[in-house]
Design a protein around this ligand. Structure first.
Ligand code: NZQ
Ligand code: ZN
Length: 393
């Protein structure tokens, strides 16, 4: 097992009616003037937003609201938030929503105390030394941003989707009520589960083979959500299975399944170019690419893919060859994506194939013009990226 430091400081408040505790929690973490940040409609429509505002008022905490965060959250909204927070002297940011809202909240939190342009952090041109406290009331299990140290923002100028990681932006607390996810459309539920599984798989597919405990946790998360998703697609108000998925979403991306492993992350990097260019849901983009990535790289560690096939996908080891088992696992994963309504190609994702120019554009961006690689299981250069996009097309 590789050496590691595990840091997961977010206080998780999980369960039915947990959102009622939000006011007290903000007070506990010293918030006196809050930005309540949210998305398009779901939090308003469900009455959650009102509930949160009442919970703040009950504690005598002042707040301002800023909604309108879209999936693949935009830099322009971040700028709007920074300006509002400065004007209103906000000292605490509360994200009511999913990964997009939380990531936008984190970006605003970095931007308020910073005199320069917040986008510099995402471009690697500066490193943040300060960040307003951020917390969330989570409404969709997917991105894992409620416990992660990352924020992913899209700059409309050039369709650049970039992540920035820094422990300062980890949420102080995450309120998670599985009942709040009952209203999710099946497509978003499936996108979320795909992302949760992929956060686990990105860490699982590595060259580090001596990590029994971490593997066991990872495989359990994968098997659990793989089963629970069918229950909630059939019965959206199934508390037990919504709860499994919600907790799995945090465990999948709070680094627990990364302890002792190197991690790959190529599928994520390749996907970010898809969602930047075509504005698709992140989870669906991952499903469209994963099978092609897996077939391209599995020979780097065939036994790992065979282990995944047997322990996660339930493939019977027929002892023909590890390669045979590994490939059967990849196929089983793609069958799973199909069964939950996810695309397994770019064509299925966007309704047509990507053109040669679009593939070139994504490849150039992902490889920073050929100067950067991605992935660790197999280090991918510009031509490898192009090959994978073509296979997935
Ligand atoms: O905007 P509203 O109306 O709220 O609708 C949202 C949105 O359309 C809807 N939704 C959320 N909760 C709902 C609901 N609809 C009904 N009932 C509810 N309870 O779901 C849609 C998707 O929301 P979004 O926040 O975009 O989803 P997700 O959590 O998947 O976040 C995706 C973003 O996170 C980034 C992705 O790249 C993408 O930009 N990621 C962030 C990471 C991180 N910070 O650690 C890691 C991930 O790998 C990922 O890259
Ligand atoms: Zn993801």
């Amino acid at each position: 097992m590789k050496d590691f430091i595990y840091y997961a400081p977010t206080q998780v408040v999980f369960g039915a009616l947990s959102e009622d505790k939000t006011g007290k929690l903000v007070k506990q973490y010293g918030g006196t003037k809050v930005l309540v940040h949210y998305g398009g409609q779901s939090a308003e429509r469900s009455g959650l937003l009102d509930k949160i505002c009442r919970a703040l008022e009950a504690e005598g905490i002042a707040y301002v609201k800023l909604g309108g965060v879209v999936p693949n959250p935009r830099l322009s909204k971040v700028h709007e938030g920074i300006e509002l927070c400065r004007k209103e002297k906000v000292d605490f940011i509360l994200a009511v929503g999913g990964g997009s809202v939380i990531d936008s909240a984190k970006a605003i939190a970095f931007g308020v105390p910073y005199e320069g342009e917040v986008w510099d952090f995402y471009m690697g041109r500066a490193h943040a030394e300060a960040c307003l406290p951020v917390a969330t009331v989570l409404t969709i299990p997917a991105a894992g941003s409620e416990m992660s140290n990352s924020t992913v923002i899209t700059n409309e100028d050039g369709d650049l989707k970039k992540g920035y990681s820094n422990n300062l932006c980890r949420c102080k607390f995450a309120v998670m009520n599985p009942e709040r996810t009952y209203t999710l459309p099946n497509y978003q539920t499936a996108c979320g589960v795909t992302d949760i599984m992929m956060h686990t798989m990105e860490r699982y597919f590595s060259h580090d083979d001596d990590m029994t405990v971490t593997d066991a946790i990872a495989e359990s998360i994968l098997r659990t959500v793989k089963d629970s998703v069918f229950e909630v697609l059939k019965e959206p108000e199934n508390y037990v299975h919504r709860a499994q998925i919600m907790w799995a979403g945090s465990l999948a991306h709070n680094d627990l399944t990364g302890c002792g492993t190197t991690g790959d992350w190529a599928t994520h990097q390749l996907e970010h170019e898809l969602s930047a260019l075509f504005d698709v849901a992140h989870g669906a983009g991952l499903a469209a690419l994963w099978g092609s990535w897996a077939r391209y790289v599995y020979k780097e560690n065939v036994t790992r893919f065979a282990q995944f096939a047997v322990n996660v996908m339930g493939v019977t080891n027929d002892f023909k060859s590890p390669e045979h088992t590994a490939l059967a696992g990849i196929e089983a994963m793609e069958d799973f994506y199909r069964a939950i309504g996810m695309p397994v190609s770019i064509c299925e994702l966007i309704g047509r194939q990507a053109t040669d120019e679009e593939i070139k554009l994504m490849t150039d961006k992902c490889s920073s013009g050929g100067s950067a690689t991605t992935g660790n299981l197999k280090v991918l250069h510009r031509d490898d990226m192009k090959n994978i996009y073509r296979m997935a097309n």
